[in-house]
Unconditional design. Structure first.
Length: 79
């Protein structure tokens, strides 16, 4: 994965929550939903990514904040 390749706020539309076995998804401007995965390398900060076109693409900081905000809101209020 290239370090410069990230999902930016311009591509991001919304977070779609499917709790339980389904997980969390984000929708991009291509009108497709992608599951969000979490990876925490040993001794490093965890990061979030999607799998698109057979590649892992990380979420940039702004998209990560939007995603985590939606997850926290769901967990707090059970939307």
């Amino acid at each position: 994965m290239e370090e410069s390749e990230k999902i930016t706020h311009e591509e991001y539309v919304l977070t779609n929550l499917h709790p339980g076995d389904w997980g969390y998804y984000i929708r991009l401007k291509d009108n497709k939903e992608y599951q969000v995965y979490i990876r925490k390398p040993r001794g490093q900060k965890q990061y979030y990514f999607i799998k698109k076109d057979g590649k892992e693409i990380r979420l940039d900081k702004d998209v990560e904040k939007c995603f985590l905000s939606s997850v926290r809101e769901y967990e707090r209020y059970g939307i």
